[in-house]
Design a binder for this molecule. Sequence first.
Ligand code: AMP
Length: 247
Amino acid sequence: MNPSVAHAASIAVRTVRRDARARKDRPAEARTSVHAVLIGPPGAGKGTQAARLAKALGVPAISTGDMLRRAVQSGSPLGLAIRAVMERGELIADAMMTDIVAARLQETDAHAGFVLDGFPRTVEQAHALEALVAGRGDLIAVELAVPEHAIVRRLSQRRVCSQCGLNAEPAHAVALCPCGGALQQRADDNETTIRERLRTYERATRPLVDFYRQRRVLHAVDGTQSPDLVTAQIARAIDSVFEHAGR
Ligand code: AMP
């Protein structure tokens, strides 16, 4: 491990340890809460990083894409309508997404914080999220930056577990996930839909970078680095928020 990676990783460990201490020693209403949102184009690594951070911090990773895919799998009329929108590379309506996330954030496991992957995706959703977390603690936004040519390559090779949602690296792709689920290509990971999803990202989601920058809660991380280094840098950003708040 090179020195900068080792340093960043040690900070990540410090964050996790301190957070665990905070949970144990403080009264419920004063506990440290991490409310993190990951922003980035499809394939930037949001799902992988959200799962790692959530595990380290003891909060749930909430992926709106996974929630929608479960709705699609149910085969209901609503699920079929959602599938059509996802396969076109477009976005589900803000009001519906906000309702889905509001309900999820009410669940007990999200009371101590969360890492959101895929929400907000529009400025309107970001306003709605602000209202949902008002009074609950600091919000931190992390932008995972990855150039378009790398995205198209990553997504067209990616395989995802049909059961647990794990992303498999193409080089390691085998037929089965460790959980036993089948590794498959997502229906929207074809080149035409990928290009449309990237256009949607530029138009609807990239404005969130300025939105959160203006609120001084944005941290940009180079998403082309190794997953370990990206995790360490996000953990360091989260750490800096807590140090700044004097916790
Ligand atoms: P993801 O798994 O995050 O790449 O999401 C897959 C697809 O689900 C997106 O391309 C959208 O069609 C839809 N989706 C996920 N999250 C949202 C959201 N917050 N707002 C609108 N559509 C969403």
